[in-house]
Design a protein around this ligand. Structure first.
Ligand code: SAH
Length: 467
């Protein structure tokens, strides 16, 4: 971290601005908005500065900058168009331990001014540490778009209800749940935006009269295949509201960094040298945590209802009358398909797609003759160890040995690797791939040579190399 973001309380605090032009004017406006007691030093001033001075809002100091002007000041901004003056201000400020910002010169700055989104009392500050101001600005524009204007009103309302909420709810958990409901209450936000005070008050009373939940709940959330950007908005909201997150090895580290910091994390995957936590034990953990009144998120790689045993976990909860809900995720087939440039269907190649488990032997047999039929794409999950068998069965049941295949390893992550070849090579190719990998079989794989957009460095494994 190059800079520590802090929000300064500048009300009635003496600050100095050196410069009297338009740039300085913009800085003055910000300092005045923050309530600073502002002295402005320059040889000449724009009319706005004179107007502020006439209104008694600022003090003008006409003439050359001198270090004496820094006495008793909390911070200073140098915004003149003369580099040597700005440098002098910075040097003197440093000597006197006064925080100093030099406009457009991040190297000469003991503090920098971020881009801000003002929804007072909510303030969002964005900074690139002076390295990419345009990127910071673009981010700010995005945030401006997603943060509704009434956010400030909602935060004000929160402030006015704090004492009442403290009295009304004895424990921290139910207080937090009240706040989450209040701040996520779309209709209340709308009433505030419309200034409909009576309706807003009724909605708030309804929130207070709700009984606190005795037992917790479980939300089964699909984390997607790896790239954290593929998590749904709803999934993100859920992991940020969770008391406990139960996760396994398929959930990427990038997604885990989005979990609420003080949420408890329970890992139930396989660690090197150890076995997986048995499914029955995972079901019990979910049940016990919910019975403790916690909001539990069961975070699973991909989509929880596609080879995710999500159904089994929910059955246990349903039997115990624990409330639950499900947030779908992007399954590995969709993620790997998109990030490897292999459309799973295509009018010229495949009219249907089949998601198949490679553990079929264990989970029940597969109908190989329908799988070997043409005009479809097969996607095998958990297929690495069975690849040779898949190859043999498909060829025996009539699929051409030259059918293109791809193995997508660590799909959608920055470690994604795609190995391409023909069905006759599948068993051998699988020996080079690590888990998790997905096997795609079908002529759609040939489209990758045109449609691969994700990684141009990634050298597709050529047939020649394999021969
Ligand atoms: N519920 C998950 C699938 C769990 S089964 C989903 O919807 O994606 C586990 C299998 O999924 C792995 O053996 C592998 O075949 C596949 N898989 C999961 N994530 C993957 C990834 N990032 N890249 C390639 N395959 C993946």
């Amino acid at each position: 971290m190059d800079y520590l973001p802090i929000f300064c309380q500048l009300q009635h605090k003496a600050c100095l601005l050196v410069g009297g032009g338009e740039v300085a004017e913009r800085k003055a406006r910000l300092l005045l908005d923050a309530g600073a007691a502002l002295t402005v030093n320059a040889y000449t001033f724009t009319p706005q500065f004179h107007e502020w001075a006439a209104q008694g809002r600022i003090t003008l100091s006409e003439g050359e900058f001198s270090a004496a002007l820094l006495a008793e000041k909390w911070l200073v901004i140098a915004a003149t168009d003369r580099v040597e003056v700005n440098a002098l201000v910075y040097q003197c400020a440093n000597q006197q331990r006064v925080f100093c910002n030099v406009v457009d010169d991040p190297k000469r700055a003991s503090f920098i001014m971020p881009s801000i989104i003002d929804r007072s009392p909510i303030m969002v500050a964005v900074s690139s540490g002076g390295k990419a101001p345009v990127l910071a600005r673009l981010l700010r524009e995005k945030l401006e778009a997603v943060l509704p204007q009434h956010l400030g009103k909602l935060a004000q309302l929160g402030g006015s209800l704090r004492q009442r909420v403290k009295k009304h709810f004895s424990d921290i958990g139910s207080r937090r749940r009240f706040w989450e409901k209040l701040f996520a209450h779309d209709r209340l936000a709308q009433s505030l935006a419309n200034n409909d005070v009576a309706l807003a008050e009724r909605q708030i009373e309804q929130l207070f009269s709700h009984q606190p939940q005795e037992c917790g709940e479980v939300v089964l959330v699909g984390a997607g295949p790896g790239d954290a950007g593929l998590l749904t908005l709803k999934g993100l909201q859920q992991i940020q509201q969770a008391d406990v997150v139960v996760y396994d090895r398929l959930v990427s580290d990038d997604v885990m960094t989005l979990v609420r910091r003080d949420a408890e994390r329970i890992f139930v995957g396989k660690r090197a040298g150890h076995h997986c936590v048995p499914q029955e034990q995972i079901n019990q953990i979910l049940l016990e945590q919910a019975q403790l009144g916690k909001r539990v998120v069961r975070l699973k790689g991909g989509d929880p209802f596609i080879f995710g045993r999500g159904g089994e976990e929910l059955e246990t909860l349903a039997e115990a009358n624990i409330p639950f809900s499900v947030v779908p995720g992007i399954t590995a087939a969709s993620g790997c398909s998109a990030y490897s440039g292999i459309p799973l269907t295509h009018r010229d190649h495949a009219q249907s797609v089949r998601l198949v488990t490679g553990h079929a032997k264990r989970d029940g047999g597969l109908d190989w003759s329908t799988l070997a039929a043409g005009q479809q794409t097969l996607v095998f999950y958990m297929g690495l160890t069975q690849a040779a068998d898949i190859q043999q069965q498909l060829i025996e049941h009539g699929m051409p040995a030259t059918t293109p295949v791809a193995l997508v390893e660590n799909g959608t992550s920055c470690r994604q690797r795609v190995i391409e070849g023909e069905l006759s090579q599948l068993g051998t190719l699988a020996l080079q791939a690590a888990s998790p990998s997905l096997i795609i079989v079908g002529s759609v794989v040939s489209l990758r040579s045109k449609l691969n957009w994700f990684s141009s460095q990634e050298a597709p494994q050529q047939l020649a190399q394999m021969a």
